[in-house]
Write a protein that binds this ligand. Structure first.
Ligand SMILES: Nc1nc2c(ncn2[C@@H]2O[C@H](COP(=O)(O)OP(=O)(O)O)[C@@H](O)[C@H]2O)c(=O)[nH]1
Ligand SMILES: [Mg+2]
Length: 220
């Protein structure tokens, strides 16, 4: 039986894929947008969070997972999501769209506030079960991503690296990027060893990601 979230190297079974499809087809609704830690909603459900550079595709991924085009606001203007945004999926799992880091056009002071909110959320949320760390499939890790991974390691938070926008990468280059990224993860103890390749545009990797995240949902 592979339903155990601690059982990280086993892939999900077909039954788990089906259960995940059903879960992500449930009603999903906006709960709260919090600009500061005291405003965070109560810890009612297990949470999975999406983190990464601004414009990496976090909001698009939340939309693709839930099959909604406009649930999480996506933007061509990076850096607009400045808040921690909570979505309740079927009363069983909270999807958390986190503020992006590394948006150059925003003042250092403002960036520092978001980064503080982000890191305070990551460190202090007992209901947080899994962090999906999104990395642009065309570019790979940047300095701030490595800092985020160091923080996740120190907080002993379970996280998995997802490559985004893989529709923009040719298969041989994508294979190379997956290898390179996996190799870099060996130095990060809290990282899931499997790197997932996703595209919110084509839906590639979305059922697999649903199955991975459904493992953390409250039983129905
Ligand atoms: N080609 C392609 N573009 C994407 C994909 N995911 C997001 N984008 C685009 O990247 C930009 C930023 O996406 P968004 O989800 O707002 O990023 P966020 O800042 O991390 O929330 C938008 O223009 C999206 O349309 C993808 O899988 N493929
Ligand atoms: Mg966003």
């Amino acid at each position: 039986m592979t339903g155990n979230p601690g059982d990280e190297t086993d892939g999900p079974s077909q039954a788990e894929h089906e259960a995940a499809r059903v879960l992500f087809a449930q009603e999903c609704h906006f709960v709260a947008a919090s600009a500061t830690i005291p405003q965070l909603p109560p810890e009612t459900l297990p949470e999975v969070a999406f983190v990464g550079r601004s414009n990496v595709g976090k909001s698009s991924l939340v939309n693709a997972l839930t099959g909604r085009k406009t649930l999480a606001r996506t933007s061509n203007t990076p850096g607009r999501t400045q808040e921690v945004i909570f979505f309740d999926l079927g009363g069983r799992l909270m999807l958390v769209d986190l503020p992006g880091y590394g948006y150059a056009k925003v003042s250092k002071a403002k960036q520092a506030i978001w980064t503080d909110t982000l890191f305070a959320y990551l460190r202090g949320r007992p209901t947080l079960q899994r962090v999906s760390l999104l990395i642009d499939g065309r570019h790979g890790f940047k300095e701030l991503d490595v800092e985020a991974m160091d923080l996740l390691d120190r907080a002993a938070l379970s996280y998995q690296v997802l490559l985004t926008k893989t529709d923009k990468v040719k298969p041989p280059e994508l294979a190379e990027m997956i290898d390179k990224t996996s190799a870099a993860l060996a130095r990060h103890p809290a990282a899931h060893p499997v790197v997932m390749a996703t595209s919110s545009e084509t839906g590639a990797g979305i059922p697999e990601l649903r199955a991975e995240l459904a493992r953390f949902a409250k039983p129905s």
